[in-house]
Design a binder for this molecule. Structure first.
Ligand code: FMN
Length: 543
């Protein structure tokens, strides 16, 4: 009997778990000579530079996070440049000794950046119709395919399509089998980064009901000769972006574009190691062309609690960093904590969670170490009230489930058990100090069995939802004057045991930590695009 796709996904999930006595299968050491290039280029494709113009957009983060958008900017090359600069562009170069690496507005496990981004557009006055690939290193678009038919230019308010893909090998080089999970988490972060950046321009983004196969064909990912084996990209997600949703006629036109492809994908490393378990789960988790279930943001929630951050969103987005160390001392003010947690509840029209339709399927277990006026202990934020009965029966029966005194009435926050949580948080996070020295650490808990029963591809979507929440925490932490760090390394079933979970109904898929950072004085910082030479705005050969 052959395994079903659902069983294959379940098998992968089981096999890619870390345990205190046994980590998930990995490469067994880092082969530095074969570290994959974090930047994809299509050699031979014509390319155009995008202007660096994010500084001209001064909408305050505090307004944006509450859903207040400025008047919509025209959807043209300059503003698409701002979108990509703020979502996926470089935010700095770092160096220590002889080593130099780029950081981006979107975070990534191991800074390996598996996520690639494309635009599919009809012609604009300053952008030809077709498929464009974004190169964050140079803030440039490569014309991967041009539209062979002469179409009339789109009006400035017409949205276009953004597509996200993953290069699994980039993560597998370091993380082995577990890498597929990290690719999905990174994708969720990128999705949220795009939703925030779109809001700076007065735009929205939304998920399109396109399946993986359609996306692969449209982007040319299925053109085998254009990629070295193992260095391919997997299709993930198509989104519309702009002031309004595309109409059916525009979408039909974009999917029918007669595309003439150019360029060949760069080889990312000399050698490549195959991880068959990743190929298997990727095939089993293929998304069909069916829409995800409808919207479920709660229209009755009161306005988001204020954060009182006076920084423009563009500045905050580019200053986002992962903390590598926390001071282990400073308490987080209570109201800041409540505001951060409140931002994790979906509200209609509020970025970035408005980009993701469907009821929340991920809730947060919180290890509270240092939040003013909140006794240390284990807490739970239930992001969808309808999930409360299942959580109460799925977790340890003797948890207390006490509402948190002083918390706003609409915040579904419960104390499960009081007491010191630093040791548990550190041990569960593969012994990482950042989980214990922070103000609080998080374990994201997904409604696993129910989601997968609706289709094995929901496995990926659960990680995307976790990544979205992670990106909210990153920016909310910056706005509160503290800092966050994603935690992909944790002991899955040890976490489940702590919560009293004996089956797979609830599974922890991502961890996170927020606190007062301690900077490493050995690191030097340089501005992101000083290496870009000024060129005229026309087409240039890529490379
Ligand atoms: C999905 C994910 C998992 C991560 N896991 C860890 C982790 O376990 N430990 C850690 O120290 N940092 C972790 N990070 C932080 C990354 O190392 C960091 O994002 C990357 O080095 C880029 O730095 P930046 O976030 O400052 O741009 C993770 C980030 C993401 C997005």
């Amino acid at each position: 009997m052959t395994a079903t796709d659902l069983e294959r996904v379940q098998d992968y999930h089981r096999a890619s778990k870390h345990h205190p006595e046994r980590y998930a299968p990995g490469p067994g050491g880092l082969d530095w000579a074969n570290q994959p290039d974090p930047f994809r280029v299509f050699a031979g494709a014509p390319a155009i530079d995008l202007p660096l113009a994010a500084d001209t957009h001064r909408v305050l983060f505090d307004h944006m996070r509450a859903g207040e958008r400025p008047a919509a900017a025209p959807v043209d090359r300059a503003h698409l440049g701002v979108l990509l600069e703020l979502a996926l562009g470089l935010s700095a170069w770092k160096s220590a000794g002889d080593t130099r690496w780029a950081l981006r507005c979107n975070p990534s496990s191991g800074n390996l950046h598996p996520t690639e981004c494309y635009l599919i557009t009809d012609p604009r006055p300053d952008l030809a119709g077709g498929v464009w690939h974004y190169v964050s290193r140079d803030h440039r678009l490569e014309q991967r395919a041009r539209d062979a038919q002469a179409q009339p230019p789109a009006p400035p308010t017409a949205p276009l399509v953004l597509a996200l893909t993953s290069i699994h090998w980039r993560e597998a080089w370091k993380y082995g089998l577990r890498a597929y999970r990290y690719c999905q988490l990174d994708l969720g972060h990128a999705l949220a980064a795009l939703a925030y950046a779109a809001a700076v321009l007065g735009w929205r983004i939304g998920v399109l009901p396109w399946g993986d196969q359609d996306l692969a064909r449209l982007l040319g990912l299925d053109r085998r000769d254009d990629f070295d084996p193992g260095h391919e990209e997997a299709p993930d997600l198509a989104l519309w972006v702009g002031p309004r949703e595309p109409d059916a006629a525009q979408l039909a036109r974009l999917t029918r574009i007669e595309r003439h492809f150019s360029g060949r994908a760069n080889r990312l490393s000399q050698d490549y190691r195959d991880w068959p378990g990743i190929a298997t789960v990727a095939a089993a988790g293929e998304r069909p062309a069916a829409p995800s279930p409808g919207p479920a943001a709660d229209p009755h929630l009161p306005s988001l609690l204020a954060n009182h951050c006076v920084l423009p969103a563009a500045d905050l987005i580019r200053q986002r960093r992962s903390a590598q160390d926390f001071d282990g001392l400073s308490p987080l003010p209570t109201q800041r904590w409540f505001a951060m947690l409140d931002a994790l509840l979906p509200r209609p029209g509020v970025p970035p969670l408005d980009a993701w339709a469907g009821r929340p399927r991920v809730h947060l277990a919180l290890f509270v170490h240092r939040v003013a006026d909140i006794p240390p202990g284990l807490y739970l934020l239930v992001r969808d009230g309808a999930a409360l009965p299942a959580l109460r029966t799925g977790l340890r029966r003797d948890w207390r489930w006490n509402p948190v005194s002083g918390a706003p009435a609409h915040l579904p926050l419960y104390a499960l058990a009081l007491g010191e949580t630093q040791v548990a948080a550190r041990q569960l996070a593969c012994h990482q100090e950042i989980a214990a020295d922070s103000a609080f650490a998080v374990g994201m808990l997904a409604d696993f069995d129910a989601a997968l029963a609706a289709g094995p591809w929901h496995y990926r979507e659960l990680f995307w939802e976790c990544g979205l929440l992670g990106q909210v925490l990153y920016l909310e932490a910056e706005a509160a004057g503290v800092r966050g760090t994603g935690i992909g390394c944790f002991f899955d079933d040890a976490m489940h045991r702590l919560l009293g979970i004996a089956d797979t109904r609830w599974q922890s898929l991502y961890h996170f930590t927020v606190g007062t950072p301690v900077d490493d004085p050995r690191l030097h910082t340089q501005a992101p695009y000083t290496h870009r030479e000024p060129r005229d705005p026309g087409l240039h050969p890529s490379g």
